[in-house]
Design a protein around this ligand. Structure first.
Ligand code: FMN
Length: 214
């Protein structure tokens, strides 16, 4: 179990899709950064405190981490949740994603390592780790760019009330730069997802994305 985590998460901070369940037992997928600490054999996730992932993790005390490099699975987890499919996990009640997943990690929440007004840091004890059918996808700059745009747009949405005007502007520029790469190099599906994000950014901006005055 730990050899697989050391191998798949060997580059430090990785991105995965964390699935949690709420009180109604409905699966909630959310892209999240994950890190494996080999010295203590735990996984660390850092959810914003306002996310459903954070609330569900504390109430159900378990998560599954679904590792993939397919940008469309990240996109669907955020914006096309009705397209997500699940299958039962081996050791926990929270399901795993039925899809292009390289590695599944089922885990129990051990505790809160840190908490600020914006973010918490949770330690997760892995209880089952096994390969999925795989994303079977060569590295693509369009995938990377779409995922970068998703990171910045979700950050803008989550933190817009506390970001400065300058920080908002930097995020908007990064989103547009990455979307233009995704549109230039991506498949039809990637291009469609990028145009959806462009529209979402423009409606966010017209809704008064001014940031706090410095
Ligand atoms: C690649 C990627 C990584 C992300 N990492 C985190 C993270 O570490 N912590 C976090 O709170 N949100 C992260 N986000 C944003 C969340 O996925 C987003 O806020 C989501 O809407 C939370 O959903 P929930 O409220 O259903 O939990 C990330 C987004 C992307 C695309």
């Amino acid at each position: 179990m730990h050899e697989l985590l050391e191998r798949y998460l060997r580059h430090g901070h990785h991105e995965g899709i964390v699935v949690t369940v709420g009180r109604d037992l409905r699966p909630n997928p959310a892209p999240m950064g994950v890190e494996y600490l080999a010295s203590s054999k735990i996984i660390v996730i850092r959810p914003y405190v306002k996310t459903a992932t954070y609330k569900n993790s504390l109430s159900s005390k378990e998560i599954t981490v679904n590792l993939t490099s397919d940008s469309l699975l990240f996109f669907n987890a955020l914006f096309r949740r009705d397209m997500m499919k699940y299958q039962p996990s081996r050791k926990v009640k929270t399901p795993v994603i039925d899809g292009a997943v390289d590695l599944y990690v089922e885990g129990e929440i051990q505790g809160i390592l840190r908490e600020t007004a914006e973010r918490a840091q949770l330690s997760v004890k892995p209880v089952a780790v096994y390969p999925g059918r795989g994303s079977q996808l060569a590295y693509s700059r369009s995938d990377h760019a779409l995922i970068e745009a998703l990171v910045y747009i979700t950050k803008l949405e989550a933190l817009r009330e506390c970001l400065s005007k300058e920080a908002v502007q930097v995020l908007q520029e990064r989103i547009l730069q990455n979307l233009s790469i995704a549109e230039r190099l991506g498949s039809n599906e990637v291009v469609k997802s990028a145009s959806y994000l462009k529209k979402r950014l423009s409606s966010l901006s017209s809704g008064g994305l001014n940031g706090k005055a410095a």
